[in-house]
Each structure stands twice: as C-alpha cells, then as structure tokens.
Design a protein around this ligand. Sequence first.
Ligand SMILES: [Zn+2]
Length: 65
Amino acid sequence: MDAEFLFDASQFSNDFCPGYNVISGYLDKNLAAKQRKMLEAHLSMCRECRMKLFDLRAILNEING
Ligand SMILES: [Zn+2]
C-alpha cells in the first residue's frame, strides 16, 4: 500500500492536524519515512494529536491482545 495518498505532505503544517487515518498509518508503519518525520514533529508540538495517538494505540492494543 502506498502511503502517499493518505495525506499531502505540503498541507501538513503545524496548523494542520492529521486525521486518524494518518495516525493509524503511523502506528501500522504505513507512512513513508518523510511523512513519519513530519508527523513526529507535529506530535511534539500538538497535545491534541498526542492524545489521538494514545487513544489509537490503546485501541490497537485491545484488538491485537
Ligand atoms: Zn495536531
């Protein structure tokens, strides 16, 4: 699966929060390295997205046991 379609990196700025699909792609390791870096940079600045990441990780842990 090509991760490029998940979001356009050019739209991805400090003001733009990625959707759950992007964050779940990150957790599933489906993001390209560049996208992952950008997301990590965003996460370091955005508490809201860190909460999303936390939520999603908890959900995935439930699913995967
Ligand atoms: Zn955010």
